[in-house]
Design a binder for this molecule. Structure first.
Ligand code: ATP
Length: 297
């Protein structure tokens, strides 16, 4: 028996760092939403009790360092599960890109194993377990659109943003999230985004206001290390994006447009200029559909 579960990427419409906490973590405030670009996780039931993992991409670890493996191991340990699983990750989300690919793979593994192993846990319980793996995992368990506070684990759901196209452009290299946070000087942040204004814009389904309030305090930090992030932003605006921003700790830049034709123009304009370019739909809700089923071979 096996289960396939989609693991969608997220983008940050806002990312603010409020202060550094006594425990060393940063206090965050982020508005995140799911986009229609996903990895696929196949979870194959095995009679032996071990966890094994493979991926279509050589860029991610294929052993216990993989976040999906860690999710399965944690769930197995906490719930005392005797069964094993073989995890196959069909990787489509660029790696180390600010799109939460690894966190989403971990979250999809938790959701899928909850069904494969008949554990009966709620999404909130899965998100709590996911928080032990990484700050973005709780959001990815629920997916959709939400404000994330604390380290990212305190979630307030939001309605989906109005439909639009999201053009994602990633320079040829990845970025280490820890490295970017390590370089951030919280007391020298020049411009904080307004989380409240973004929440209001989403609640009002106001596309123009959403574009107006896009903001990420990590952008200048990553830009200093990788100046091509600025160049991609400039090119996106030149080719007609309504709003542009770096997602997460980067280096992926996204541009929002209303029409598919405009999205294609952006993709064509950026091709050859950066490593990977995609035009995908804004989803804002969790995937539902054929993949979300149990299959028997
Ligand atoms: P975030 O936006 O949550 O900071 P990211 O998109 O910047 O994440 P990931 O693609 O999740 O970054 O990769 C970060 C690191 O995690 C990489 O160095 C990668 O080797 C490791 N990793 C472990 N498991 C996975 C996985 N399943 N998919 C991608 N990367 C993984």
């Amino acid at each position: 028996m096996y289960i396939s579960e989609k693991a969608p990427a997220k983008i940050n419409l806002t990312l603010d760092v409020l202060h550094k906490r006594p425990d060393g973590y940063h206090e965050l405030e982020m508005v995140m939403t799911t986009v229609d670009l996903a990895d696929r996780i196949d979870l194959i039931h095995t009679s032996h009790s071990s966890i094994t993992l493979e991926s279509s991409s050589g860029l991610v670890p294929q052993d216990e360092r993989n976040l999906a493996y860690r999710a399965a191991a944690l769930l197995k340990e906490k719930l005392g599960v005797k069964d094993g699983v073989h995890i196959y990750i069909h990787k489509h989300i660029p790696v180390a890109a600010g799109l939460a690919g690894g966190s989403s793979d971990a979250a999809a593994t938790l959701r899928g194993l909850n069904r494969l192993w008949n554990l009966g846990l709620s999404d909130d319980q899965l998100a709590e377990i996911g928080a032990e793996i990484g700050s973005d995992v709780p959001f990815c368990v629920h997916a959709g659109t939400a404000v994330a506070r604390g380290r990212g684990e305190i979630l307030t759901p939001l309605p989906p943003p109005p439909p639009c196209w999201v053009v994602l452009a990633k320079p040829g290299h990845g970025v280490s999230t820890a490295d970017v946070f390590g370089r951030l000087q919280v007391d020298q942040i020049e411009k904080h985004p307004s989380t409240e204004a973004m929440i209001e814009a989403i609640q009002n389904r106001d596309y123009e206001e959403i574009n107006k309030h896009l903001g990420n305090v990590l952008e200048p930090v990553t830009m200093e290390m990788h100046p091509e992030v600025r160049k991609i932003k400039e090119k996106m605006l030149q080719f007609g994006a309504d709003g542009v921003l770096m997602s997460g700790s980067g280096p992926t830049v996204f541009g929002l447009v209303k029409k598919e034709a405009r999205a294609k123009r952006l993709v064509n304009g950026l091709k050859g200029f950066c490593g990977q370019v995609f035009a995908v739909r804004m989803l804002g809700v969790r995937y539902q559909g054929v993949l979300d089923q149990i299959r028997t071979k």
